[in-house]
Design a binder for this molecule. Structure first.
Ligand code: C2E
Ligand code: MG
Ligand code: MG
Ligand code: MG
Length: 288
């Protein structure tokens, strides 16, 4: 009896697996089509200076504007794109689209782009970046690339060599989700990151937990020692803003300031939050 049941369970499992594979193939085909039909969109979340709360840049965050399912978050398709290799097309598109968008913004704000480790492995990433800059005319100093430490696990020497070439173009290289990996500190010594983005889990915990606050304080002081710019992500409350400013983080990002904005809403946000920076630029004279 046990044997028969076992076989039944096995058959069930097998057909379940078939349908998972089918579902994944379908999604993959849809995603391939989405790229061709321009269904991917970028939203932009402000990165604000801790000193004066004004935006100094925006992080591009990809969404899939699906005709039926609506806006699909990256967590639901980036892993699939990484498994299938489609991340190469998505990543190439993202870098160029973000650079292009930034050239049209009302101000010389930086644009930060997330780079998947898999994309990095699959393509000549230095050329992808320099081609995007050449094609769009974005000054390299305005581009930041956010990478996670998963990138440095395999072939660290080769990765470091390529990151050095990207930095030599004038592009900023940031370590994203700092503190969530196994060897975040070790990697800081191996590669000269320009910037660290402290993972939001520490910021969230800091509201309740004195140890989390001590860790944040240590990271901020480490940043000063190594002369690395420190950004805190996932900032949601005024209390967190005040604490992060007190420990001298350089830049803040989170729902407290703004959620990721649609491209169309960016100019309005800038107008409302970055006026002095705008005034510094040549603006057409208004009515007296
Ligand atoms: P990330 O780069 O660490 O981006 C931060 C994520 O946290 C974003 O989610 C953002 O919307 C969210 N967030 C920002 N502030 C707050 C806050 O105050 N509270 C909370 N709870 N969340 C906040 P999103 O857009 O869903 O992106 C998730 C992850 O997907 C990103 O994490 C990044 O790793 C990846 N991703 C996004 N866009 C791209 C892309 O164009 N390419 C690649 N390769 N990965 C991307
Ligand atoms: Mg990021
Ligand atoms: Mg992050
Ligand atoms: Mg994060």
């Amino acid at each position: 009896r046990a044997k028969a049941e076992g076989r039944g369970a096995y058959r069930f499992f097998e057909s379940q697996m078939d349908s998972d594979v089918r579902e994944r193939r379908m999604l993959e085909a849809e995603l391939r089509q989405a790229i061709a039909e321009n269904e991917l969109v970028l939203h932009y979340q402000p990165l604000v200076s801790a000193e004066d709360n004004r935006p100094s840049g925006f992080e591009a965050l990809v969404r899939w504007n699906h005709p039926i399912r609506g806006l699909v978050p990256p967590s639901e398709f980036i892993p699939l794109a990484e498994q299938s290799g489609l991340i190469k097309q998505i990543g190439d598109w993202t870098i160029e689209a973000a650079c292009k968008a930034a050239t049209l913004w009302p101000g010389d704000f930086n644009v930060a782009v997330n780079l998947s480790a898999r994309h990095f492995q699959l393509s000549d990433i230095v050329s992808v970046v320099s081609d995007a800059l050449a094609k769009t005319g974005l000054p390299p100093q305005r581009l930041e690339l956010e990478i996670t430490e998963s990138l440095l696990i395999e072939n660290p020497d080769e990765v470091i060599e390529r990151l050095n070439r990207i930095q030599a173009l004038g592009v900023t290289v940031a370590m994203d989700d700092f503190g969530t990996g196994y060897s975040s500190l070790a990697y800081l010594l191996k590669f000269p990151f320009d910037k660290i983005k402290i993972d939001k889990s520490f910021v969230t915990a800091s509201s309740e937990d004195a140890v989390a606050r001590d860790i944040l304080r240590s990271i901020a002081s480490l940043g000063r020692t190594l002369k690395i710019h420190i950004t805190a992500e996932g900032v949601e409350t005024l209390e967190q803003v005040e604490f992060l400013r007190e420990i001298a983080c350089n830049q803040l990002q989170g729902f407290y300031f703004a959620r990721p904005l649609e491209e169309l809403d960016l100019a309005g946000y800038v107008l409302a939050n970055a006026a002095p920076r705008l005034e510094a630029r040549a603006t057409p004279p208004g009515p007296p």
